[in-house]
Ligand binder design. Structure first.
Ligand SMILES: [Zn+2]
Length: 202
């Protein structure tokens, strides 16, 4: 499995292109659909599924164009559908945890509300795409309309229990960094550390 990080848009968003042979997934495709389409064409890839970690505009902007043109539907958690503004006909809408086998990919969707009500992390093999739930050294904002700080602490605690060598890939490259490991975050991330410390009161 190969993972390309593509930085697009004015907010340091990270779109991930995950490939196995010529089959490809896109996670949080946003902003520049021409670039993404050219990338797929140049690499002769077949796009087989799209995932959104959550419905915030900076993770979904212009994605409907790509979905419409390719006929590939995007997976989005029910609670973030309205937020995304994407026409449901272009979506696979689901609720809660999911296990999916799509082409060569075995995918676990882990609900991680807190930043938004329908936020998820997407695990494929040893990679975990964390959207705006977990960043290297930080977590996502919890002061937005469907945010919930208590849910965020629960979500961080849930992620802290994943294997320590699991690689995380966040939804933005704030400070130029979008990747880390669960083990490193468990030791160094103050938000995850607080969630572990406070687990008795969650
Ligand atoms: Zn967000």
């Amino acid at each position: 499995m190969n993972i390309d990080v593509i930085n697009l848009g004015p907010m340091d968003n990270c779109t991930y292109l995950v490939t196995e042979g010529q089959q490809a997934l896109l996670i949080d495709p946003a902003w520049d659909m021409n670039f993404l389409k050219h990338t797929l064409e140049q690499k002769k890839l077949m796009l087989i599924a799209v995932f959104f970690t959550h419905g915030h505009f900076d993770h979904v902007k212009f994605a409907q164009i790509l979905l419409q043109e390719t006929g590939v539907k995007a997976y989005l958690e029910k609670n973030d559908v309205e937020l995304s503004g994407i026409d449901p006909q272009f979506l696979h809408i689901y609720e809660g945890a999911q296990t999916l086998d799509i082409g060569p990919f075995h995918i676990n969707i882990i609900p991680t509300a807190g930043h938004t009500a329908g936020g998820v992390c997407i695990q494929i093999g040893n990679a975990l795409f964390t959207g705006d739930t977990l960043f290297p050294g930080a977590c996502g904002r919890v002061d937005l309309p469907s945010s919930n700080p208590r849910e965020m602490r629960k979500s961080l605690l849930k992620l802290s229990k994943l294997p320590e060598d699991m690689q995380i890939f966040a939804g933005h490259s704030y400070g130029g960094k979008c990747s880390s490991t669960i083990g490193y975050e468990r030791l160094k991330n103050p938000f995850m550390r607080n969630a572990i410390r406070d687990k008795e009161i969650l």
